[in-house]
Design a binder for this molecule. Structure first.
Ligand SMILES: Nc1ncnc2c1ncn2[C@@H]1O[C@H](COP(=O)(O)OP(=O)(O)O)[C@@H](O)[C@H]1O
Ligand SMILES: [Mg+2]
Length: 270
């Protein structure tokens, strides 16, 4: 059997060595090939710190991260870096190229890849995010969602097995968000890429296979979205669940469990 794409064991980290307080404490979870994990939690709960540890930008005080069975450490991190990509909130800060295709090619150029192979990789990456017709565009003139997709293509060109998005949809309008969600769903389904999306948007979290909730640097919940929404009253849950709770509070006999919007519509129209 193949090792899990990502295995996090007893991860503990603190920014300040002199303090006892850990920013992350004993965090353990695994993510499989083609799985989509949403990471949620209030501000300061340690989500971005976790993302930085997963890509080797920070080094844990205790515990370990394995990517495709290889332990992330000082020696392996340069090699593993192409296997796990991180996308941030603001797409503007991530551009280097003057055309979309140059931008996507940037990391490959740095690796001294042969031109022919580079050309194929860039075309494939743009196709994977649905931007094959935008290769010659100036990236600064694209919509927010398209910019994030260019940034994703830049990572995809490196053939990663894991993509991490740290609140990557915050600056996007609803239409761009929807496009980006579709792109992620296609990458998961068609290319079996593992996706870890850090988010405050419970509609985004709902699209994931699983939700991991952090609280003060520890895992509070790890389960399917429906399960976590039901267990955790402090989450700003999707509309259908808000409605279900409201109806329940007013004494209506609603189903116990969490429902998706479609299920809620079917139940209301029954
Ligand atoms: N570079 C840093 N140096 C010191 N403390 C930090 C640094 N970055 C984050 N922190 C602290 O670590 C905690 C977790 O932060 P972070 O991982 O950014 O949380 P989140 O992404 O969930 O909002 C917070 O208390 C934050 O103030
Ligand atoms: Mg953060």
């Amino acid at each position: 059997m193949l090792p899990p794409r990502l295995q996090v064991e007893q991860l503990t980290f603190r920014y300040d060595e002199r303090k006892q307080e850990n920013t992350l404490e004993n965090v353990s979870f695994t993510v499989q090939k083609g799985e989509w994990l949403a990471v949620v939690g209030h501000n300061g709960s340690g989500k971005s710190t976790l993302a930085r540890l997963l890509v080797g930008l920070l080094t844990p005080n205790e515990g370990s991260v394995h990517i495709n069975g290889i332990k992330l450490d000082e020696d392996s991190k340069w090699k593993l870096r192409s296997q796990i990509g991180l996308i941030f909130q603001n797409p503007e800060n991530q551009f280097i190229g003057t055309t979309v295709k140059d931008d996507v090619a940037f990391a490959l150029e740095n690796m001294n890849m042969a031109y022919d192979e580079m050309k194929v990789r860039v075309e494939q990456a743009l196709e994977m995010v649905g931007l094959e017709d935008f290769a010659e565009y100036d990236p600064s003139r694209l919509s927010g969602g398209q910019k994030q997709r260019v940034a994703i293509a830049g990572l995809l060109a490196l053939n990663p097995s894991i993509l991490i998005l740290d609140e990557a949809m915050v600056m996007l309008d609803p239409k761009s968000r929807k496009e980006l969600m579709e792109t992620l769903s296609n990458l998961k389904t068609n290319n079996h890429i593992t996706i870890i999306s850090i988010t405050h948007d419970m509609n985004e979290a709902q699209a994931a296979d699983r939700i991991l909730m952090l609280s003060s640097g520890q895992i509070l919940h790890d389960g399917e979205p429906a399960e976590v929404f039901q267990k955790e009253p402090t989450l700003d849950v999707p509309f259908a669940e808000q409605l279900r709770r409201e109806l329940e509070n007013r004494g209506s006999k609603v189903p116990d469990g969490y429902m998706t919007e479609d299920e809620m519509v079917r139940w209301l129209c029954r």
